[in-house]
Design a protein around this ligand. Structure first.
Ligand SMILES: [Zn+2]
Length: 268
C-alpha cells in the first residue's frame, strides 16, 4: 500500500499505510498504530451517516495522515500549530487530506472524522475547494454549520455543548455574527483576541443550519447545495429556495439567539 508521498504534507515518519472503508488511505508511523484500529472501526459508521445525509457516494481519493504528535504536524505544515486535538483538511484538487495527531482523544475519533469528512463532501458537491475564500461564494457558515450538525450525533455531551454555544452568543461584547460577512473568525479559536468571535461564528453557523433543517428538512438543504451554479448565484438561489432572503434569515436568527438585531433585514 502506498501512502500519497507526493503530498506536501507527507513526512517520512508516516511510513506505514493501510486502506480502510470507502478506499480511504491511512498513513501513520509505527508508534501510532494503536489509534489506527479505532479509526478503521469508526469509518464504516461515519461514511454510512455521510452518504445518507448527502445522498451520494463518498468521493474517492481521501487520505488520512496521523502524525505522532503536534511537533510532527507543525513540521509538515511549516508553521507552529497549537492544539494537539486539532484537525486540518487541506482540500486541493482531486485528492483530499485529513490530518491529525495520534494524541487525539480516542472517544472523539468518530466525531472528528464525520466533521472533517463533511467538509470534503461539501466541497466536492458545491465545487468549493477554497476554504479560505474571503469572497464567500459558498459561505463558510453553511459548510461549518452542516459539519457541526453531523458531528452532533457523535457527541456524548451534546446538551452541555449546546448550552455553551447559546451562552457564547449572549456574550456581552457588543458584537454579534452576521451571516452575510461571516468568514473572518473561523479557525481562530486559539487566538486570544479572536477566540470568542470564533466561538460565536461556529455557534451561530450551527444554529442557522439547524434551523434550516428543522424548517425545511435536510433533503431540502441538500437539494440546495446541489444546485448548479450555486457559487455564482448564492444569494439569489437562497432566497428562492428558502423563501426568505439571506438578510431576512440572518435578522430572524439574530433575534432568536439574543443578538441586538439592530439591522433591519432590508438595509443590511
Ligand atoms: Zn469544520
Amino acid at each position: 500500500m502506498n501512502p500519497p508521498r507526493k503530498s506536501k504534507f507527507f513526512l517520512d515518519c508516516l511510513n506505514r499505510a493501510c486502506k480502510a472503508t470507502g478506499g480511504v488511505d491511512i498513513a501513520y508511523s509505527a508508534e501510532t498504530a494503536g489509534i489506527i484500529s479505532k479509526i478503521v472501526s469508526a469509518l464504516p459508521g461515519v461514511i454510512h451517516e455521510l452518504e445518507a445525509f448527502y445522498a451520494c457516494k463518498g468521493p474517492s481519493q481521501i487520505s488520512i495522515f496521523v502524525y505522532p504528535d503536534i511537533t510532527a504536524m507543525s513540521q509538515a505544515f511549516g508553521r507552529e500549530l497549537q492544539g494537539e486535538q486539532w484537525c486540518f483538511v487541506p482540500i486541493k484538487g482531486e485528492h483530499s487530506l485529513i490530518t491529525f495527531t495520534a494524541k487525539l482523544k480516542q472517544d472523539s475519533i468518530p466525531r472528528v472524522l464525520i466533521h472533517e469528512f463533511s467538509h470534503i463532501y461539501f466541497s466536492r458537491i458545491t465545487g468549493n475547494q477554497d476554504v479560505g475564500n474571503y469572497r464567500q461564494s459558498i459561505p463558510l457558515w453553511l459548510d461549518e454549520g452542516i459539519a457541526l450538525h453531523l458531528d452532533s450525533k457523535f457527541r456524548h455531551n451534546l446538551e452541555q455543548v449546546l448550552r455553551k454555544r447559546c451562552n457564547a452568543l449572549k456574550s456581552p461584547h457588543g458584537y454579534f455574527p452576521k451571516l452575510m460577512d461571516l468568514y473572518t473568525y473561523f479557525n481562530r479559536l486559539d487566538e486570544d483576541e479572536f477566540g470568542i468571535k470564533a466561538e460565536m461564528a461556529y455557534s451561530f453557523s450551527y444554529f442557522c443550519v439547524q434551523d434550516l433543517i428543522e424548517q425545511f428538512g435536510s433533503e431540502h438543504l441538500i437539494a440546495f447545495i446541489n444546485k448548479p451554479d450555486l457559487a455564482n448565484n448564492f444569494t439569489h438561489l437562497f432566497k428562492s429556495h428558502f423563501n426568505s432572503s439571506l438578510p431576512e434569515f440572518n435578522y430572524a436568527m439574530t433575534k432568536k439567539y439574543g443578538g441586538a438585531a439592530k439591522d433591519s433585514p432590508v438595509d443590511s
